[in-house]
Design a protein around this ligand. Structure first.
Ligand SMILES: Cc1cc2nc3c(=O)[nH]c(=O)nc-3n(C[C@H](O)[C@H](O)[C@H](O)COP(=O)(O)O)c2cc1C
Length: 215
């Protein structure tokens, strides 16, 4: 799937859970919202809102979420779904999402999706994306990982998810935190099929300068 290719609107969901790494989610949303051909959906767990407050200083509330709090251009185009709203279209396979990223993904969420618990909309939407053979990208931050964490992530990979840990590479010689964030977000966009120009691409030892994109 290449997002928006052929004039078709792509539907992409981003779920923010309570793991460290708000910067990854915010940068991903910034890029997705800059693409008019992409319909971007957001689900925020209560602990995800805590992380947005703690790490990004945003006035986020998962129960009364206002996308303007994200401070992102185009935020009003964001389709926000309450984390408990099982009547949301995202809870049904008949709503054809092209891709979903759980970023950052808590170990609690990874465990619930791996076991099919579907207790909230993030877990149910991920369950649906897997059963419908759409693209699920799971971005854990946890370190170190226990055997339980690894087993759950292994189950997700076996079920078809892309497990994409928030582990930036250093071959692009990052100079700023933003370069590290862009490395991870660039890889998420690659797996979503969204064209972009952020993060380094390894083209050989003479091309290490980090590139940037300001939507
Ligand atoms: C500041 C902070 C950082 C956290 N970082 C992580 C993390 O990196 N990985 C993780 O699995 N849980 C982390 N947690 C714990 C989760 O928030 C907790 O397990 C929560 O139940 C996850 O719920 P959710 O998946 O519904 O968002 C963190 C919590 C706090 C307050």
């Amino acid at each position: 799937m290449d997002a928006g290719v052929g004039g078709r609107t792509s539907k992409i969901a981003v779920a923010i859970t309570g793991a460290s790494g708000a910067a990854y989610a915010l940068r991903l949303l910034e890029i997705l919202l800059s693409r008019r051909e992409i319909e971007t959906h957001l689900v925020l767990t209560p602990c995800g809102a805590d992380i947005l407050r703690i790490e990004a200083g945003l006035n986020a509330d998962a129960d009364r979420f206002d996308p303007r709090y994200l401070g992102l251009k185009g935020a009003m185009r964001l389709r926000c779904h309450h984390h408990a709203a099982m009547t949301s279209p995202l809870a049904s396979g008949s709503y054809r999402l092209d891709a979903m990223a759980i970023v950052p993904c808590s170990m609690a969420c990874a465990s619930a999706v791996a076991s099919g618990a579907s207790r909230n909309l993030v877990e149910r939407a991920a369950d649906v994306v897997l059963k419908e053979r759409r693209k699920l990208i799971v971005v854990p931050r946890e370190t170190p990982m226990s055997a339980i964490h690894l087993e759950n992530l292994g189950s997700l990979a076996l079920a078809g998810a892309v497990v994409l840990p928030a582990c930036p590479g250093f071959y692009g010689r990052p100079r700023k935190v933003q370069d590290l964030v862009d490395f991870v977000v660039g890889r998420i966009l690659d797996h979503m099929g969204v064209p972009h120009s952020i993060g380094p691409k390894w083209l050989g030892p003479d091309s290490q300068a980090p590139s940037s994109e300001s939507p």
